[in-house]
Design a protein around this ligand. Structure first.
Ligand code: HEC
Length: 177
């Protein structure tokens, strides 16, 4: 078969597939449209510039009860964790051996602590905390890392004013994308 014919065969096969797919879309209607309310449940990105944060605030003192009830089973009362992945406190990125990466030693932005907890924790019941509880327990995790005082009020503004120990430990390559 000549190159030209091969190309023709390929093209017509492609056209057939296209027709089939379009046809299928027209007749088989799967699923229902997503509502605005459902979308809100996914619209949870809280950024270092303060955008995406809900209203509210909390202190570490308030967060202690939330932490002990909802987090300590996996992360231990003092944040030392019950496995390598659940250590929340300590570590040093400048250590000689492989560094222990925790919220305190590794995370460059405090906003991520709020963002991650609101979205993914507690691991056995994600998104089950209220926004206020997330503020409170975020404050407590930062307190365990000695980054805020027990009674410091944590909200979108004060949270993003915290300079994390490893804030300068990353190279910004966003201009490459
Ligand atoms: C059922 C066990 C469990 C519970 C309860 C739980 N976590 Fe976690 N948590 C994990 C695991 C496992 C990871 C590691 C996940 C991963 O690496 O993807 C994790 C990771 C984290 C991290 C990121 C740590 C890091 O440095 O990567 C934070 C912060 C965190 N949890 C906070 C909390 C808070 C706050 C609560 C309570 C509201 C909580 N967790 C409750 C199991 C749990």
């Amino acid at each position: 078969m000549s190159m030209y014919r091969k190309l023709l065969v390929l093209l017509s096969a492609g056209a057939c597939l296209y027709t089939l797919t379009v046809g299928a879309q027209e007749t088989v209607r799967l699923g229902t449209p997503v509502t605005e309310e459902q979308l809100e449940g996914f619209d949870l990105i809280a950024e270092p510039d303060g955008s995406g944060f809900p209203s509210g605030s909390g202190t570490a003192r308030q967060g202690q009860a939330v932490y002990e009830a909802r987090c300590a089973a996996c992360h231990a009362l003092d944040g030392s964790g019950n496995s390598g992945a659940t250590v929340l406190v300590g570590g040093d990125m400048q250590s000689e051996g492989p560094p222990l990466k925790t919220v305190g030693s590794f995370w460059p932005h405090a906003s991520t602590v709020f963002d991650f907890i609101r979205r993914a924790m507690p691991a056995d019941a994600p998104k089950s905390l209220s926004n206020i509880e997330v503020y409170q327990v975020t404050a407590y995790v930062l307190y365990l890392n000695e980054l805020v005082d027990l009674d410091a009020v944590i909200n979108a503004e004060t949270l993003n004013a915290i300079v994390m120990p490893n804030a300068d430990g990353f190279i910004d390559q966003s201009h490459l994308h």
